[in-house]
Write a protein that binds this ligand. Structure first.
Ligand code: AMP
Ligand code: FES
Ligand code: ZN
Length: 318
């Protein structure tokens, strides 16, 4: 049987290529891109992520999410200034491609790019954590390192707002994990807007929090954007696919499941925040950044990896 093309529900002239199940919309590529960009704009405005006269840093990894984010933000706010921030993690067979794609993307979009090269600046790479007690949880050490470096980069280029490409599936997946394990303090950190601990730190925003992951990929493909295709060799494939399966199963029965869960969770946040004891921050003895302990999580990991490599321990002061 020959399947007849369906016309796009928005423009009515072009053939639909994308079906958005939770909105019951069949769209042509152009109308899909418009739908995608308008949602970014709405999300930024709804959660008051930034003002149009702010200069905004965008953490771009070279993956589909943050690639689509940078392009989508530029389309949604054409008169704003965005600065791309990239951390070269030095992961063999992976980081080089990430950096190349980010360099290409920012060149095409004419966006300023600031890169932090871990190997050049700190003398180690994320792969070096293989020699430490983090060998089975490299992603976790990498996350701590990245979060710290984002602040360093933001300080270097002078931005007070930092946007990341966390998408709806990421957030709902991590939400489920933290909910099952009763990790309430981490759950609260999944907010669309995270206030800085200190005035000289960044406001962290997630403009893709309402965007399903597969739509980021489609947006990159339809906009012909350069993004890396390799996955990080340290990613826990099993754990990721287990979460994905649960989410896919629940979303198949109810296409609105992820959006509903996010909305309900956002209502719960103020209640959770009241109930959770807030950590008391002081300054890390080594780097001077805010920390809940004498030496911050970043400096402790740097110390470990440098010891494992037989290096001297010294970190840049904030
Ligand atoms: P992940 O924690 O790897 O899922 O990444 C979440 C978000 O953090 C991405 O969407 C990016 O915005 C940002 N990010 C991750 N890795 C990097 C990197 N190496 N350089 C810059 N930003 C990154
Ligand atoms: Fe950090 Fe994979 S990107 S461990
Ligand atoms: Zn520190």
């Amino acid at each position: 049987m020959i399947k007849m093309p369906i016309p796009c529900r928005r423009c009515g002239s072009a053939d639909a290529e994308v079906y958005i199940p939770y909105a019951r919309l069949s769209l042509c590529p152009e109308c899909f891109r418009d739908f995608y960009v308008k949602r970014i704009k709405r999300t930024v405005e709804e959660f008051r992520m930034f003002r149009t006269d702010d200069r905004v840093g965008v953490a771009v990894s070279g993956g589909k999410d943050s690639t689509a984010l940078l392009h989508g933000l530029k389309e949604a706010f054409p008169n704003m200034e965005f600065v791309a921030l990239h951390v070269d993690l030095g992961i063999e067979g992976y980081s080089e491609e990430c950096r190349e794609k980010v360099e290409k993307l920012t060149e095409v979009l004419d966006v300023e790019l600031e890169v932090y090269d871990l190997k050049e600046e700190l003398g180690f790479t994320i792969d070096d954590f293989k020699r430490t007690i983090y060998r089975r949880k490299i992603c976790s050490a990498c996350g701590t390192v990245k979060r710290h470096i984002f602040e360093v980069l933001a300080g270097r280029v002078g931005v007070k707002v930092l946007a990341t490409g966390h998408n709806l599936d990421d957030i709902v997946g991590v939400m489920l994990n933290n909910f099952f394990s009763g990790n309430w303090s981490q759950l609260v950190r999944l907010r669309p807007v995270l206030e800085p601990v200190e005035p000289n730190q960044t406001l962290k925003v997630k403009p893709l929090i309402t965007t399903p992951e597969d739509e980021n990929l489609l947006y990159c493909l339809y906009s012909d954007l350069p993004f890396r295709e390799e996955n990080c060799p340290h990613a826990h494939k099993e754990r990721i696919s287990r979460n994905r399966e649960i989410l896919e199963f629940l979303s198949k029965r109810n296409p609105n499941f992820r959006h509903q869960m996010l909305r309900n969770f956002l209502k719960l946040i103020p209640i959770l925040e009241e109930a959770i004891e807030k950590p008391k921050y002081r300054r890390c003895r080594i780097c001077g950044y805010p920390s809940s302990s004498d030496v911050c999580a970043f400096c402790r990991r740097v110390e470990l990896v440098r010891k494992a490599k037989g290096m001297n321990i010294k970190t840049e002061k904030a």
